[in-house]
Structure formats: structure tokens, C-alpha cells
Design a protein around this ligand. Sequence first.
Ligand code: ZN
Length: 104
Amino acid sequence: MITLHEAYEQGSDDVKAAIQAFGASHPSTVPTPGATPPEPDWKTAEKHFTQLTEVIMGAAIPEQPDRPSIVRRAEQEAVAFLLAVTQQTNFRCPICVMRYRSPQ
Ligand SMILES: [Zn+2]
């Protein structure tokens, strides 16, 4: 499966910007208002991108038995999803949102 880093390397400027925004939504430390934003926690962002791809792929599997093409399609959809959602102000990663909602 493609990694966030590979998607970044292969992506257009728009894709790169979307991936940067996705990374920034996973700060390595708690952001302080007015201060320089913390470095992205790329390890978490990478993990959540993979989970996002798996969620998309899981939904697609019953319709198509051809797994390699499903994986490719899911990767493209995950990148397209990032392109769309990172346009929003106050964007939040859906995997993080799901995590906050589920009981510990
Ligand atoms: Zn996340």
C-alpha cells in the first residue's frame, strides 16, 4: 500500500499542499496560540492515512473482487479525500475524530 510519503513524492503541488495540511493537523506537541505551530507528527499522520485508505478500501471490496485495483483505487480516493477536506477551515483528520468519539 502507498505511504503518505510516497503519495507526497508522486503528487502534484496540490497533493503536496494537502498532505502538508494533513500532517499539520497532527501536531507533535499541543499548539500554543500565537506561537510558531509545532512540527507535524508524521508518524501519526502516516498511520492515519493508511487507516483512511483501509476504511475506503473496506467499503469498496464487496463490489469488486479484483484486489490490486481496489488498493490502487482506495489510495487514489484517499488522496482525493485529503485534497477535498484540507480545503476546509478547522479541518480535522477523520481518524482522529473517530478516536476522540470512541470510549477509551
Ligand atoms: Zn489523524
